[in-house]
Design a protein around this ligand. Sequence first.
Ligand code: AHQ
Length: 249
Amino acid sequence: MTAVLTPWTREEFENKLREKGKGYHSHHPFNVLMYEGKLTREQLQCWVANRFYYQIGIPQKDAAIMSNCPDREIRRSWILRITDHDGDDKAEGGIEAWIKLGEAVGLTREDVTSLKFVSPGVRFAVDAYINFARQRPWQESVCSSLTELFAPHIHQQRISSWPEMYPWVKEEGMIYFKKRLTEARRDVEQGLAVTLSHFGKSREMQERALEILQFKLNVLWVISDSIMLACCDVSIENGVHYLRQDQMK
Ligand code: AHQ
């Protein structure tokens, strides 16, 4: 007979979720190189062009969650995430801000919006995230968005390190990261409340929540793996990465 495990308290459960931050993509070697100022102009362009595919996937993912969610109260607040990215008649939105980031690092609007630089691995990982949201119960998709527990830190890292490490990036490129600092915190408040109550009912459900969060951490990690492969030659000599010139201008 399998032992029935007692559920963690709400606080223990939240701590277990937060402990998964050690697998967040801020620890990925590519993001460490970025933070240390070791990326070339072309490698930063490669990252921006590839990450655009994730950015345009977010509102589709959130619309999938909305379509699966019968709870009007949840939908009333979740819909903000879509306009945060798509914009509305008052604000241009995060997708436009990301295109501006592309122009700030020296790409053209077409370089970004054409998706011509997006690697197969990035497409695969982002599509897996959107399909997860389409197929799984909406509470599971809410839980998967909780990688944003760790996002304010990585946005702040960029805001504070890029001007010094990449002084050639135009100031307006930082608008996106500044915007996400407040939006991510608001998102997490709602996501955490749903996750802690829905998955807090049994130890089995709590373990499922950790599994879901690990899936999304894997999505972000594979995005960085694919970007690193796309813009750095894998033949690393004495720790130096070489860029394949055919990929970027
Ligand atoms: O710009 C990001 C964003 O809008 C979101 C929404 C949220 C989700 O619903 O999964 N996650 C997320 C993230 C964004 N930026 C990433 C980054 O490193 O710039 C971090 C990412 C996340 O932590 O999931």
